[in-house]
Design a protein around this ligand. Structure first.
Ligand code: NDP
Ligand SMILES: O=C1O[C@H](COP(=O)(O)O)[C@@H](O)[C@H](O)[C@H]1O
Length: 510
């Protein structure tokens, strides 16, 4: 196990949803698992007027989100954990009181022997990221003369290519790139990391992982929920910015990348950047029109319950043109992937919550048996990112009896079968990595910018292009019917609810 140095974690936006729902519960799990360093304290900072005691009550003692894996351990650990939390009020706009913050940091450091090592976690609205970095620098809280300093930056990282570049430049004025950790919680998921192991630790997959054997790649990210209480944020973002630009392109980069020399952070990140830079950028309206589909969910009844349409959600403009569904077809311009289409879709209000990667292999080039290679019976490798994390391989077997009738069989691996292995939550894993100075699972500046380069023309086209359509789909179905037209020659996306049948099983919107 790697060593974790003594340190202080300063959370900006400490009164917010993310702190309570994800960050503190993850720290609690690390605490119970004895993975926090011996000397470790948390200083929360935000606009709200709170004492240390109020903050402890809010995020620890009275929190409904602290649910350790072994519930009966909670009572034994919660008081000790809570004693590690402190709070500093930063006033109205995160712009002032940094002398006071510095004094508090120094006092905590001296009292709790955290050796000058500090992580600053920016969990505020993104408009404040640069302000906070600059104010920290003004009071020299970015200096590494005593202990290291790291800055974790939450998503969204920019709103477009230009704003992402501006943010990178802004932060890099005060913190060096090696100090900046851009979080993407999908990279903290075990199954996303396992993409690398599946590819590069098995001789049975990597030789086939190219245009000679792969027909197309399909990625689905579906959520059954709508925008819930985040309508205000989501309406300014949409599916492409919220999920595709970051989480899904990270998955794409792990599928597309060349083998890294080793498992050092920069070796892996260099290959991911190369992969993202090889995505073919769509240049003209025709390409953008033919290869992208956007849609919004409409009101519907799911399991007898009435469900609002997107435009009726709280915080959403009644005439909103923000997409809750995005499906994109694209190509990767390099030696390995030439002419292999990638199909990626992400959406809210789908029939189920699922994220999966499907590698569709080519048909055998000569069909000896009657029905091999027909009715979509080609080999598939299905990597289930969530839920039921695991890997499913579909291959042809002979149907018992006379003749050579081919049917498809499954080889199925579930992560849960590794019973004694505890799978860390994404935020737990990512926080621990940053505490240990491992940036492998964080996005680098050029990686984020390369992802925006690909997404920017699509966003611009959707915002201002001619003949751009916004389709509707009833909440609870697999998106608009015409999204199937994107998939040439196959005619429909895989139905991820079913591992056995590949029939579309779609509801068509009236
Ligand atoms: N919540 C989530 O599930 C996820 C959140 N994120 C990102 O994490 C960050 C934090 O998210 P979340 O906790 O949900 O956000 P919240 O809206 O809950 O706000 C976080 C903090 O920011 C402060 N704040 C809110 N609005 C303003 C403002 N206009 N000016 C100054 N301070 C403000 C609040 O301080 P106070 O209340 O004290 O005034 C609060 O402490 C965001 O960048 C978000 O995009 C990323 C992934 C998931
Ligand atoms: O970043 C985000 O991710 C969640 C989905 O995360 P998951 O781990 O539950 O798959 C999504 O709901 C949210 O809109 C987005 O901001």
């Amino acid at each position: 196990m790697k060593k974790t140095a003594n340190q202080l974690l300063v959370i900006f936006g400490a009164s917010g949803d993310l702190t309570a729902r994800k960050l503190v519960p993850s720290l609690f799990n690390l605490y119970i698992a004895r993975q926090l360093p011996e000397n470790f304290v948390v200083l929360g900072a935000s606009r709200s007027d709170m004492t240390d005691k109020d903050f402890r009550n809010r995020v620890v003692l009275e929190s409904k989100y602290l649910k350790p894996r072994l519930e009966d351990l909670k009572e034994n650990y919660i008081q000790g954990f809570s004693d590690k939390f402190f709070y500093e009020d930063l006033g109205g706009d995160y712009d002032t009181h940094y002398d006071r913050l510095r004094k508090r940091v120094e006092d905590l450091n001296n009292k709790y022997h955290t050796e000058g090592n500090i992580i600053y976690y920016l969990s505020t609205p993104p408009t404040l990221y640069e302000t906070i970095a600059s104010r920290l620098a003004e009071v020299e809280l970015n200096k590494e003369n005593l202990g290291w300093k790291r800055l974790i930056v939450e998503k969204p990282f920019g709103y477009s290519l230009d704003t992402a570049k501006a943010l990178n430049n802004g932060l890099q004025k005060y913190f060096s790139e090696s100090q900046i950790y851009r979080i993407d919680h999908y990279l903290g998921k075990e199954t996303v990391q396992n993409l690398l192991v599946t590819r590069f630790a098995n001789t049975i997959f990597e030789p086939l992982w190219n245009r000679n054997y792969i027909h197309h790649v399909e990625i689905t990210n579906a959520e059954s929920v709508g925008v819930e209480k985040r309508g205000g944020y989501y309406d300014k973002s949409g599916a492409l910015r919220d999920m595709f630009q970051n989480h899904l392109l990270q998955i794409v980069s792990l599928i597309v990348m060349e083998p890294p020399i080793g498992d050092e952070p920069e070796e892996i990140r260099n290959e991911k950047v190369k992969a993202l830079k090889s995505l073919r950028i769509m240049k003209n309206d025709k390409e953008l029109h033919d290869n992208t589909i956007r849609a919004q969910y409409m009101d519907s009844t799911i399991n007898g319950e009435k469900v609002k349409g997107y435009r009726q959600e709280e915080g959403v403009d009644k005439n909103s043109t923000t997409e809750t569904y995005a499906a994109i077809k694209f190509f990767v311009d390099n030696w390995r992937w030439k002419d292999v289409p990638f199909y990626v879709r992400t959406a809210k209000r789908m029939p189920t919550k699922v994220t999966e990667v499907v590698i569709h292999f080519k048909s055998p080039h000569h069909h000896i048996f009657q029905n091999s290679g027909v009715n979509n019976k080609d080999n598939k490798l299905i990597i289930r990112i969530q839920p039921d994390e695991g890997i499913l391989m579909k291959f042809g077997v002979k149907v018992p009896g006379q003749g050579f009738k081919v049917e498809r069989a499954n080889l199925d691996f579930y992560y849960s079968s590794l019973a004694q292995t505890h799978v860390m939550e994404a935020y737990e894993r990512l926080l621990l990595d940053c505490m240990q100075g491992d940036a492998t699972l964080y996005a680098r500046a050029d990686e984020v910018e390369a992802a925006w380069e690909f997404v920017d023309p699509i966003l611009k086209y959707w915002e201002t292009g001619d003949d751009v359509r916004m389709y509707g789909y009833a909440a609870g179905v697999w998106g608009p019917e015409n999204a199937d037209e994107l998939i040439e020659g196959i005619g429909y996306w895989r139905n991820p609810s079913s591992n056995l049948a590949d029939d579309p099983g779609y509801c068509v919107i009236c």
